[in-house]
Design a binder for this molecule. Structure first.
Ligand code: G3I
Length: 445
C-alpha cells in the first residue's frame, strides 16, 4: 500500500470542489495514483496516448506515474500502419508499444478494422479485393504485435446509430455481413494471446445499438467465433444513462470481459460525478477489467473546448481526477474474473506469488499469468507450472520458457523482472491440449 501526503491534498481538493456525492477514501493506506488504486482492485487504469507527445515531459510524467495501460490514439490504425497496400509502417505504433511495455503497462491495440481512417487505397476497394486486403491487414498487424498486446479492438464502430440496432453501412459491411467474424478469426490465428474486443460508442446503456451488439456477441459465443471482450467507448456528455452498469453486466453475463475504452466526459457541473459513476460501475462488474481515458490533459483531447479529461492543460489534477481516485479507493468488492476458467488462488512463496487465467478452446489454450510481489520488492522471478498430461507448450511471451511439457519454468525478461512491493506484472504462454489447473509456484531471485 502506498502512503503519500498527496492523498490528504486530494481529499481536501474534493471537499473544496464541493463534489457532492463523492465518497472520500478515508483509510490511511489509500493508493495515491489511478493505476495503483485500480491495481488494488485487480484492474488497469489506462490512457490513450499519441507518439507525437512523448517528448513532452509533463505528459510522460503523468503517463508513467498514473497509468498502467496505454492505447495508441491513432498509431495502430489502418491508415497509419499500411499507408500503401502491402507496405507496413510500425514505427509510431512500436513507439507506443515500447513506451507501455517499458513502464510495465498493458497495451491495448486500436483498431484493426474501422470504416474511418482507412488509407486511400483501401477506400477505393470493394468486394472480394477489399475483403482480402482487410483480412490480410488484420493478419499482418496482429502478427507484428503477436504476444505483446493485452487486448485488440479488432473491429471498431460497425453498428449504426439510431434505433435500428443493425450494422452501419460501410465499404467493409458491403463485403458481406460475416466480415466481423472473419476479422476475429484472423486475429485469433495471428495472435492467440491477445484478448479480442469489439469496440463501439453510444453503447453506454441499454439501447437499440448496444442491444444489436449484444445479439452479435451472443451469436458469436454460441457459434464459437473467437471474441473475448467488448469495449464501451463512453464519450459522455453531461449525463450518464441509469442502465450503464446493467448494460456492462449483461455483456459480462455472455462470458466476455468488458472494458471502458475511451472515457471522456464534457466539462460541467456533473463531470466529476459522471466519472465516479462510470468508475463505480466498472468496479461493480466482476468482468470489467479496466478503464481507459481518451487522453491525459484537456489540451490533449480530440474534443477541443470540452475539457473532458482528468488533468488540466498544465497537468494539474482536476476535481474529476479526485473523484475517480476516491471511487477507486472506496472500491467495490468484486474481483475480476477475466476468463472462462481461472485459478485465482495464490500461494506466496519466497516473496512472490502467481495466478493463472485460462482462455481455453477445444484442443488448446492461452494462459495469462500474473506475478505478484509480496511486501518486499522483487528483482527477478521464476514461475513453475505443472502442465497436465498431453499438454505441450507452443509459445511464450514476456518471459523465457524452459521445457514444453510436464513441469515447465518461466523466468522474467529484462523489462518485467523488477516488481515493486505489492506490485505485479504479467506474462503468458499458449499450448495444445488442456491448460494448467494447479496453482503455479513463484520464486523470487
Ligand atoms: O497527423 C495529421 C497531421 O499531419 C495533419 O497536419 C493534420 C491536419 O488535419 O491531421 C493530422 O491527423 C489527425 C489525427 O487525428 C492526428 O492528430 C487527423 O486529421 C484527425 O482526423 C485525427 O483524429 C482522430 C480521430 O479518431 C479520427 O477519426 C483523433 O486524434 C482520435 O482521438 C480519434 O479517436 C477515435 C477513436 O479512434 C475511435 N472512437 C472515437 C474516437 C474519437 O473520435
Amino acid at each position: 500500500m502506498l502512503r503519500h501526503p498527496r492523498r490528504l491534498l486530494a481529499a481536501a481538493l474534493a471537499l473544496s470542489a464541493g463534489a457532492a456525492g463523492l465518497v472520500l477514501a478515508g483509510t490511511a493506506d489509500a493508493a495515491t495514483t489511478l493505476g495503483a488504486s485500480a491495481a488494488e482492485k485487480g484492474r488497469y487504469f489506462g490512457a490513450a496516448i499519441a507518439a507525437g507527445r512523448l517528448g513532452d515531459a509533463t505528459y510522460t510524467r503523468l503517463l508513467t506515474t498514473e497509468f498502467t495501460s496505454v492505447t495508441p490514439e491513432n498509431e495502430m490504425k489502418w491508415d497509419a500502419t499500411e499507408p500503401q497496400q502491402g507496405r507496413f509502417t510500425f514505427t509510431n505504433g512500436d513507439r507506443i508499444l515500447n513506451q507501455g511495455l517499458s513502464n510495465g503497462s498493458k497495451v491495448r491495440g486500436h483498431a484493426l478494422l474501422w470504416h474511418a481512417q482507412q488509407p486511400g487505397w483501401a477506400q477505393s476497394l470493394s468486394g472480394s479485393a477489399l475483403r482480402t486486403a482487410a483480412i490480410n491487414h488484420v493478419t499482418q498487424v496482429a502478427t507484428h504485435y503477436r504476444g505483446k498486446i493485452y487486448a485488440w479492438d479488432v473491429v471498431n464502430e460497425a453498428f449504426a446509430d439510431g434505433g435500428s440496432g443493425g450494422r452501419r453501412d460501410s465499404n467493409l459491411q458491403r463485403t458481406g455481413n460475416d466480415w466481423i467474424e472473419a476479422a476475429f478469426r484472423a486475429a485469433r490465428a495471428a495472435d492467440p494471446g491477445a484478448k479480442l474486443c469489439y469496440n463501439d460508442y453510444n453503447t453506454d446503456g441499454i439501447n437499440a445499438k448496444s442491444t444489436g451488439i449484444y445479439t452479435m456477441v451472443r451469436d458469436f459465443k454460441a457459434r464459437g467465433v473467437p471474441i473475448d471482450c467488448v469495449g464501451f467507448q463512453s464519450h459522455l456528455g453531461t449525463g450518464v444513462d441509469s442502465t450503464y452498469q446493467a448494460n456492462l453486466q449483461r455483456f459480462a453475463d455472455l462470458g466476455v470481459d468488458v472494458q471502458i475504452t475511451e472515457l471522456d466526459v464534457a466539462q460541467g457541473a456533473n463531470q466529476a460525478n459522471i466519472y465516479a459513476t462510470v468508475t463505480r460501475a466498472c468496479l461493480a462488474v466482476a468482468r470489467c477489467t479496466g478503464i481507459t481515458v481518451w487522453g491525459i490533459r484537456d489540451t490533449d483531447s480530440w474534443r477541443t473546448g470540452d475539457n473532458p479529461l482528468l488533468f488540466d492543460g498544465s497537468g494539474n489534477r482536476k476535481a474529476a481526477y479526485t473523484s475517480v481516485l476516491n471511487a477507486l479507493n472506496a472500491g467495490g468488492t468484486t474481483t475480476p474474473t477475466s476468463s472462462p476458467t481461472s485459478t485465482p488462488t495464490s500461494v506466496p512463496s519466497a516473496g512472490c506469488s502467481a495466478t493463472v487465467s485460462l482462455n481455453s478452446w477445444n484442443g488448446g489454450y492461452v494462459a495469462t499469468v500474473r506475478v505478484r510481489a509480496g511486501s518486499s520488492a522483487v528483482n527477478g522471478w521464476t514461475v513453475t507450472v505443472a502442465l497436465p498430461g498431453g499438454s505441450a507448450l507452443t509459445g511464450v511471451w514476456s518471459a523465457t520458457g524452459s521445457g514444453t511439457s510436464g513441469t515447465v519454468s518461466f523466468g522474467n525478461v529484462a523489462y518485467n523482472g523488477q516488481i515493486p512491493a505489492g506490485g505485479s506484472t504479467e506474462f503468458g504462454f499458449q499450448g495444445t491440449g488442456s491448460g494448467p489447473t494447479a496453482t503455479p509456484a513463484c520464486r523470487a531471485s
